[in-house]
Design a protein around this ligand. Structure first.
Ligand code: AVI
Length: 333
């Protein structure tokens, strides 16, 4: 097993790799960099904003349809839920508490890259919903195989909520859905939440709120580079920018440089790397793709899922899609 200092240097190496995007034109940073401890806190605040409808809409859909979801997925007296990117398990509480009332046994396996989030998830669920056994797993579900604990003859209900899939490029999404399908057996279920395509007058404020929380979330990535790569970004010299890219059907977050800046950061061998930013130039920090129901169903079907049931809110903002993993060898396309 890697020592803590080895793990830290791996993280530093990953951040350095990520920062390479700043040396290309146009400049980019990967979205995962947004989620250090402060970024995670700011994102939690975003989910409570008036303008940011996805979280509350998904919560309402889960609350309204929890019983139907459980009826469709639970064929025995027990339930085995695996949640990808579970965070602190706030999204799942509704389903788990409803399940614990109906079932003899509920096993909940949250998967996340944050040990802190997993510890909170375990504590929260065990305190609030007695009878649910929580088995957390620290893993990067995008690339790593999972160790799903199986209960004999029981199907798994995998959850992938929050429209997190929207933060991946189409080819990354395909690889991710293929990886998810490989972790499941025929008959297992996947419940996925996605943000639907809609008018940009609703989309843009969700990513550029009046209180500036999303702006702080975006700018925090520069504070992270200042801290972790000894960079000297003048953070106030970068403005938060949310753009609707109609062709790609995605919201893009950028940081726009307001005046010419020269930024130094420490390279992997201790050398100083100099970056130049022109006024108006942007760093592209995140994509958030928006979906149609037919679009997400066809991506799921390509990955080996079928038997769709879709729930949408009455304003058509957001959808929950339930699919079943099918035997790839028996598929007739
Ligand atoms: C985590 N993810 C689904 C959020 C989204 O809506 O794409 C991240 C986010 N970025 C800015 N606001 C929210």
């Amino acid at each position: 097993m890697a020592s803590v200092s080895e793990m830290i240097s791996t993280v530093e190496a990953a951040i350095w790799d990520a920062a390479q995007g700043l040396m290309r034109t146009p400049k980019t940073l990967p979205a995962w960099l947004l989620y250090d401890a402060q970024g995670t806190l700011l994102f939690e605040q975003i989910t409570e904003l008036r303008e940011y409808y996805p979280t509350r809409t998904e919560r309402a859909l889960l609350s309204e349809h929890a019983d139907s979801i459980l009826e469709l997925t639970c064929k025995s007296g027990s339930l085995n839920i695996v949640e990808l990117g579970a965070g602190t398990a706030t999204k799942t509480g509704i389903l788990l508490s409803r399940a614990s009332r109906r079932m003899d046994a509920v096993l909940y396996q949250p998967v996340d890259v944050s040990l802190t989030a997993l510890a909170i998830a375990k504590q929260n669920v065990e305190d609030a919903i007695p009878g649910v056994e929580v088995v957390p797993q620290l893993a990067n579900y995008v690339t790593q195989p999972l160790e799903i604990r199986r209960v004999e003859n029981e199907r798994v209900l995998m959850l992938y909520l929050g429209s997190s899939i929207g933060n991946f490029l189409p080819w990354e999404r395909k690889a991710l859905l293929d990886n998810i399908r490989r972790q499941l057996r025929p008959g297992d279920f996947l419940l996925i939440g996605v943000d639907l395509l809609k008018d940009k007058r609703v989309l843009l404020p969700a990513y550029d709120d009046a209180d500036g929380v999303t702006a702080a979330f975006n700018q925090n990535v520069l504070a992270r580079l200042n801290r972790e790569l000894n960079a000297d970004f003048d953070i106030d010299g970068f403005a938060h920018l949310a753009r609707w890219n109609v062709g790609e059907r995605r919201i893009e977050m950028h940081l726009q440089c307001m005046r010419r800046q020269e930024v130094r950061l420490l390279g992997p061998d201790g050398e100083t790397v100099l970056l130049t930013f022109d006024p108006g130039e942007t760093i592209h920090t995140e994509n958030s793709y928006k979906f149609t129901t037919t679009g997400i169903i066809s991506e799921l079907s390509e990955a080996g899922f079928e038997g769709t049931k879709v729930w949408i809110d009455d304003k058509s903002l957001y959808s929950l899609t339930l699919v079943e993993a099918v035997d790839q060898h028996k598929r007739v396309d």
